[in-house]
Design a protein around this ligand. Structure first.
Ligand code: GDG
Length: 474
């Protein structure tokens, strides 16, 4: 079978269950590549004075990786610039935070060319190439320009924005056109697929050849939703570990009979942490009978510290958490525990299990794996309640959660009240349906569905597309 090459911005295969602190993407890819004996290519995270195109090959936690270094200017223009100051806020519906700078755009193109130049010598004719996420949208175009004919797929981990929003991006058509150099485009949800098709059809005059197949710029591409899942087997191992049990007990002890409302996120404005704090404050204000009977634990691990909007957010969260505790704390009760240090995966599993409510309220999120991990960590005989934002991709399938509008303090506050009072029978019924979904639609299924679809593409689509093209030209 053809070899799989995964390309992503950063390459950091986490160790097996328990010890990692990596984000959703890293966990998902490492799990996929360990089984598939593939190659993972990307940026080492290091910068050098001058880019040389050299690469180091090594085995990291059971995965073969090829790493290249970039220049400091690349890091600031491509990574901290176009990827995280332009595309990330725009795709998460925060045009107010978007920076449009020509140098970012140039850095983004330059780095994608560097990725292509360095990767080309590693590609065998039979390989299939799977490119990950918004950092690398133009990569297939650059590979094609260097003669690569292999099947290339792209998966977007974050939402695709509505057409009118995308239209605010200078040269947005170039971005859409670049996506037509792929054979397969994967999105997290049906909603994202529809938004992409809308952008392509309305602004790039793409033609829908048949369901999920678009043609524009003389090329055709298959578009499909592949909702990502967690590594359910690995995670259930973490849940059963001694460390998880130690942490569960530690949390139960520190709860002292109180109910715990838990949030776990990368510290990012898209996760709605400040709005969540505000909703919790409303809950405390509206439910005086609950004071000292509950507390919230928010774990928010720092990320993208070099980007100013993240520094600003950190300051805001420090202030708001301080205000809530200042207003409500008593000598023997702290209503909000706000923690910035990361926890190991197995420690986190124990913390999830001890929580009565999993509060997952992003303002926008491609999927959100925390919602799935929370469900997977619950005790089947006494599960907690998941409260989930309607704007997380996960809400498309996790319909048995209490679905809320994260922008409405009242909505979230009422869901907290309802979740805390929910009878065991209802908690079990909701959890069973959710867990079934998390277990079945796991990361293996996500990988297999995408890779199989990409492998099948020549057989599946090419004849039909060429037939159509012939009809048109004759
Ligand atoms: C992107 C998309 C999409 C968090 N704190 C700790 C820790 N985490 C882990 C969680 C979870 C992961 O980070 C976060 O995953 P999410 O899916 O919630 O969010 P992003 O990092 O923004 O991921 C997202 C995902 O890609 C996959 O496609 O779902 O929408 O934005 O796994 O557990 N892990 C450990 N310690 C922590 O303190 N070990």
């Amino acid at each position: 079978m053809s070899r799989l090459i995964v390309v992503s911005n950063r390459v950091n295969p986490p160790a097996d269950s328990g010890v990692g602190t990596a984000g959703g993407l890293a966990m998902a890819l490492a799990a996929a590549l360990r089984e598939d004996k593939g190659l993972w290519f990307g940026w080492s995270g290091n910068t050098v004075e001058q880019y040389t195109g050299q690469m180091s090959m090594q085995k990291v936690n059971g995965v073969t990786v090829a790493l290249m270094d970039l220049e400091a200017q690349d890091e600031s223009e491509y990574y901290n610039g176009y990827a995280n100051r332009t595309l990330w806020p725009l795709f998460h519906y925060r045009p107010d935070l978007v920076a449009y700078e020509r140098s970012f755009d140039e850095g983004y193109t330059r780095v994608n060319m560097r990725f292509a130049e360095t990767l080309v010598p590693l590609i065998d004719p039979d390989d299939i190439i799977w490119v990950q996420d918004y950092h690398l949208i133009p990569l297939a175009r650059e590979l094609r320009a260097r003669g690569v004919k292999n099947r290339i797929g792209f998966f977007l981990h974050i939402p695709w924005p509505a057409r009118r929003l995308l239209a605010t991006l200078p040269r947005q058509n170039e971005l859409v056109e670049a996506l037509f150099s792929y054979d397969l485009l994967g999105f997290q949800t049906e909603d994202d697929c529809a938004a992409f098709i809308d952008s392509a059809a309305e602004d790039s005059r793409a033609e829908v050849l048949r369901t999920g197949v678009l043609k524009a710029f003389g090329k055709s591409v298959r578009v499909k939703a592949f909702p990502i899942g967690i590594d359910a087997v690995d995670f259930s191992g973490a849940v059963k570990s001694d460390t998880a049990e130690t942490y569960r007990k530690l949390m139960v002890k520190s709860e002292a009979g109180r109910k715990m409302i838990l949030g776990v996120d990368r510290l990012d404005y898209s996760k709605g942490i400040e709005e969540r704090f505000a909703a919790y404050e409303t809950f405390l204000a509206d439910n005086p009978d609950q004071l000292a009977k509950v507390f919230m634990l928010q774990i928010a691990t720092r990320s993208r510290d070099d980007v100013d909007s993240y520094q600003h957010l950190r300051g805001r969260l420090d202030a708001v958490s301080g205000q809530i505790n200042g207003a409500y704390a008593t000598v023997d009760w702290v209503p909000l525990r706000y923690v910035n240090r990361p926890y190991r995966r197995d420690e986190l599993a124990g913390i999830y299990r001890a929580a009565h409510i999993g509060l997952v309220t992003p303002l926008r999120d491609g999927m959100n794996l925390v919602a799935k991990e929370y469900v997977a960590a619950q005790d089947p005989s006494n599960p907690g309640v998941l409260i989930l934002s309607q704007f997380a991709g996960a809400a498309e399938t996790m319909t048995e959660a209490l679905i809320v509008n994260p922008l409405s303090r009242e909505d979230v506050s009422e869901a907290i009240r309802r979740g805390l009072a929910m009878p065991l029978k209802e908690r079990k019924a909701r959890w069973e349906a959710l867990f079934d979904n998390v277990k079945t639609n796991d990361v293996d299924r996500w990988r297999d569905n995408f890779v199989n679809c990409l492998r099948a593409i020549k057989l599946d689509i090419a004849p039909e597309v060429s037939a159509k093209v012939e009809t048109v030209s004759s």
